[in-house]
Write a protein that binds this ligand. Structure first.
Ligand code: SF4
Length: 127
């Protein structure tokens, strides 16, 4: 099974269910891009006390498709921002991280993520 990012996987959302992060950090440990959106870069740099150029130089690379930046990964494929079981930039982490598995996911994601489901009201689009 492949893992990945919001742009390149099928999302299977379930109406009436929201998943709460179980802090397993599995999604921080698999290989692949951790996409940085344009507006996220200055926010994360400021949180780390760096200027944007230094942050880009030290912690990012081109995405696989070369259409934007990704956070670097360590040799073992963990995200460069993962320290033990904690995200170093948790309050300002990228939308890719904050959104999984509720705004994007991929077939079989339940096998590699310990988020737990809670029931939420289903919104009626007609209201
Ligand atoms: S930025 Fe934080 S939440 Fe996102 S993959 Fe890296 S360590 Fe995990």
């Amino acid at each position: 099974m492949s893992h990945g990012s919001p742009a390149n996987h099928t999302t299977a959302l379930e109406p009436g269910v929201r998943y709460i992060c179980g802090r397993c950090t599995n999604c921080c440990r698999w290989p692949g891009d951790v996409r940085l959106e344009e507006d996220e870069i200055p926010r994360i740099a400021e949180f780390l006390g760096m200027d944007v150029a230094e942050f880009i130089d030290r912690h990012t690379r081109l995405r696989t498709n070369r259409r934007g930046l990704s956070l670097l990964e360590k040799e073992n494929h963990e995200c460069v921002m993962l320290e033990g079981n904690a995200c170093r930039i948790h309050p300002v982490k990228p939308a890719q991280c904050a959104g999984f598995p509720n705004t994007w996911n991929f077939p079989g994601w339940r096998n590699v993520c310990e988020a737990f489901p809670v029931a939420v009201p289903v919104t009626d689009p007609g209201k």
